[in-house]
Design a protein around this ligand. Structure first.
Ligand SMILES: C[S@@+](CC[C@H](N)C(=O)[O-])C[C@H]1O[C@@H](n2cnc3c(N)ncnc32)[C@H](O)[C@@H]1O
Length: 258
């Protein structure tokens, strides 16, 4: 007669231990379904505004110089006051200790980087950060022409400003927050790059239904309150913001890394 005994003398699952094996498999499957398993990938942030930066691909530099550096643009008209207000932060920032590292994030054609570079002189360093290499090339040419050797350019990604941890005292984000496609990831990278007590300044458009110009409503993703909530959710604390009553279409917010 044929027997089911194998060479080692062990028997295959029998009618008596099969239900136990099925129960174990079911429990394991349930656990995997609930937890997603131990190696579930961290969910990547989705773009909050796909295509918002498409217009900067292969940029026509003279055209963007004309658009960004026009006296009809509120923040360009008031650029000197903005820089003074930024640098007069509540604690005078790291200027008091004789040196400061500033990141101009979303530097564009770089006029703010030039002004910061001139203002901090040999007591500071400015990182012009952008996702567009052509803008950074322009900034390199401009700073060389103006004899500013305290400006360095950083090509970043859409999710990460790519600055070393705890390397900056101030992150300046002007007319750029609404261009962040991945604000949660980008804010986390700014948070990492700031030294403790460092400042994040955001200047951006008011977006008020029925008040703001139609192109702002269409182009700018969210209002001031949403920006504040997103920045606080990233770990920042709100800080005293300047009056900036010279700005009408834009707000000026200051935050601090605790
Ligand atoms: C409207 S421009 C503002 C330029 C400059 N801050 C100004 O006020 O003239 C927005 C800039 O942000 C850059 N940008 C968009 N997304 C970015 C990101 N995730 N990180 C850094 N720069 C970004 C764009 O390439 C562009 O230069």
């Amino acid at each position: 007669m044929h027997t089911s005994m194998n060479h080692s003398g062990e028997s295959p699952p029998t009618a008596t231990n099969r239900p136990l094996a099925i129960l174990i498999v079911l429990l394991l499957a349930g656990w995997l379904l609930r937890t997603g398993g131990v190696c579930r990938p961290v969910e990547a942030e989705r773009s909050v505004h796909p295509g918002i930066n498409r217009e900067y691909q292969n940029p026509d530099i003279p055209r963007w110089m004309g658009r960004f550096e026009s006296e009809s643009r509120e923040i360009y008209e008031h650029r000197d006051r903005i820089v003074a207000d930024v640098l007069a932060g509540p604690r005078g920032l790291a200027l008091a200790r004789g040196e400061i590292a500033i990141a101009d994030i979303g530097a564009g054609t770089g006029f703010f980087s030039m002004l910061f570079g001139t203002a901090v002189g040999s007591h500071g360093r400015v990182y012009s950060v952008d996702i567009v290499p052509e803008f950074l090339e322009l900034i390199r040419e401009r700073s060389e022409k103006e004899g500013l050797n305290n400006i360095a350019t950083v090509l970043c990604s859409e999710r990460d400003v790519r600055l070393p941890p705890e390397s900056i005292d101030l992150a300046f984000v002007c007319d750029t927050y609404h261009h962040f496609e991945y604000p949660r990831s980008t804010l986390a990278s700014i948070f990492r790059a700031l030294r403790s007590g460092g400042e994040l300044v955001i200047i951006d458009f008011h977006r008020i239904e029925g008040v703001s110009r139609p192109w702002i409503i269409e182009h700018v993703r969210c209002d001031q309150q949403t920006v504040i909530e997103e920045v606080i959710a990233a770990g920042f604390e709100p800080d005293e913001s300047p009056d900036a009553d010279y700005l009408e279409e834009n707000y000026f917010l200051r935050f601090r890394k605790p």
